[in-house]
Design a protein around this ligand. Structure first.
Ligand code: 6PG
Length: 490
């Protein structure tokens, strides 16, 4: 795949792609590409990083150092393809500005970071207006995935796809012989899909955290016992990367103290913003995604140390006193976790469906679930059921309604309710399990309390209401003294 150009007696090897940003993700992607036979030119703001790569993990490989942006551009085959693996936000804009000075119409810039989709929409337009192409590619899989096969979600200028498809599909994870990388759609769709992936990731992690918390407090299980549970769960329908790594984490012992390392880890959870963006988008588009949002709120509460310390003194936590059959309760928690997980994914896919309409992306939801079967953080056997559900019915209103999920929820709901009720009774917070259950119960209830909300709105603000027995918009003078009132069509 090397294009050797002889110019004034000097042999120059042109690279298939240029990559800017040699932090771990960037460096691993370079090595992954090289490993698949591609020559990569690399640039980094601090040149030491380039030297480190060339002399270290990249020594003897088809990797070319570019110490300036000009040099990088001159080392690339045309149309030039430059991938940015830099921090989302301003650094992306700054590099685009620099690249626009050296690239030509027809060249392609790819942003592989966790950029906000609206920034990607803006940048796609900026480049296309100048005759270049832009791709916002969500890349999931962490450091290891970047090296061995991530899930890649590219979207933006469709014209760019034939030029990058071979590289991206070669380096992506493969499941059943299919690459976990497919064209998503126009402008910001790739980054949007990655954002929702991360929102679901927040919910998934929250739910697994609650399962661990319940076994710890209600069964008094130690890390080793819980490791066994997660290992067992990973053999069944919960089989997934996050369940697998949870088992590994529980198995680690701290060298200094001999204690399970997890029990020494501080509980203030960090976040970089993609879960928050997903929740904000859900609110903006009017999609109910409470379990995803609870994942974000739970992290926020966990970090509110001062408030937590005062509240812990004001309302001391009492150690639960329950007598449970361990095997039975573990199974009930597993069922609650799986049911809640289905709700979280339903919320995420509902958001994707609405976004597809709102932004005119024509997203293929079954295909997206397929891309997440391998390489990414939420990879799971379970995603095949989502693909199947959309294959059977591309217009599915909500994932909960697909036959497989209906059956599972019906089978699991009794345990789910028992687990949530017991946790509430014992003062153990389970915002993920409980919000998912409330979502499920709300969505299936034929007549909600929101009739009262409508009446209240009409009472104080004359916002009008609809009637169940006739069409139209109505207003009532609720505040009048009379018991019998009129419902006036407006
Ligand atoms: C992935 C991850 C990756 C990253 C998140 C972590 O798909 O590979 O989601 O994107 O680990 O940004 O997000 P938080 O720091 O917000 O938990």
């Amino acid at each position: 795949m090397q294009e050797i150009i002889k110019k004034q007696g000097v042999i120059t090897i042109k690279a298939d792609l240029g990559l800017i940003g040699l932090a771990v993700m960037g460096e691993n992607l370079v090595l992954n590409m090289e490993n698949h036979g591609f020559t990569v030119a690399v640039h980094n703001r601090t040149p030491e990083k380039i030297d480190q790569l060339l002399q270290g993990r990249g020594a003897g490989k088809n990797i070319i150092g570019a110490y300036t942006i000009e040099e990088l551009a001159s080392q690339l085959k045309t149309p030039r393809k430059v991938m940015l693996m830099v921090k989302a936000g301003e650094p992306v804009d700054l590099f685009i500005e620099r690249l626009l000075e050296v690239l030509e119409p027809g060249d392609i810039i790819i942003d592989g970071g966790n950029s906000l989709y609206s920034d990607t929409i803006r940048r796609t337009k900026l480049l296309e207006d100048r005759g270049l192409f832009y791709v916002g590619a969500g890349v999931s899989g962490g450091e290891e995935g970047a090296l061995t096969g991530p899930s890649i979600m590219p979207g933006g200028s469709k014209e760019a796809w034939p030029h990058i498809q071979t590289i991206f599909q070669a380096i992506a994870a493969q499941v059943d012989g299919e690459p976990c990388c497919e064209w998503i759609g126009s402008d910001g769709s790739g980054h949007y899909v990655k954002m929702v992936h991360n929102g679901i990731e927040y919910a998934d992690m929250q739910l697994i955290g609650e399962a661990y918390f319940l076994m710890k407090h209600l069964l008094g299980f130690n890390a080793e016992e819980m490791q066994e549970v997660f290992e067992e769960w990973n053999q069944g329908e919960l089989d997934s990367y996050l369940i697998e790594i949870t088992g590994h984490i529980l198995g680690k012992v701290d060298q200094d103290t001999g204690q399970p390392l997890l029990e020494l880890v501080g509980d203030g959870a960090g976040q970089k913003g993609t879960g928050k963006w997903t929740s904000q988008e859900a609110l903006d588009l009017g999609v109910a995604a409470p379990t995803i949002a609870e994942g974000v709120f739970a992290r926020i509460i966990s970090g509110a140390y001062d408030q937590r310390e005062l509240a812990a003194k004001a309302f001391p936590f009492k150690t639960p006193q329950v007598d449970l059959d361990p095997a039975e309760f573990v199974e009930a928690v597993r069922q609650a976790l799986f049911a809640s997980k289905i709700c979280a994914y339903s919320q995420g896919f509902d958001l994707l469906a609405q976004a597809s309409k709102e932004y005119d992306w024509n997203l293929n939801l079954g295909e997206i679930a397929k891309l997440w079967r391998g390489g990414c953080i939420i990879r799971a056997q379970f995603l095949q059921h989502i693909t199947d559900a959309y294959d059977q019915n591309p217009d599915l209103e909500n994932l909960l309604l697909a036959p497989y999920f209906q059956e599972t929820l019906k089978g699991n709901q009794e345990s789910w309710r028992k687990v949530v009720a017991l946790a509430v009774e014992q003062g153990l917070p389970v915002p993920g399990f409980a919000s998912a259950l409330a979502y499920f119960d709300s969505i299936r209830h034929p007549y909600l309390w929101t009739n009262l909300v409508q009446a209240q709105r009409d009472y104080f603000g004359a916002h009008t209401y609809s009637r169940r027995d006739r069409p139209g918009a109505f207003h009532t003078q609720w505040q009048l003294g009379d018991k019998v009132v009129t419902s006036d069509e407006v």
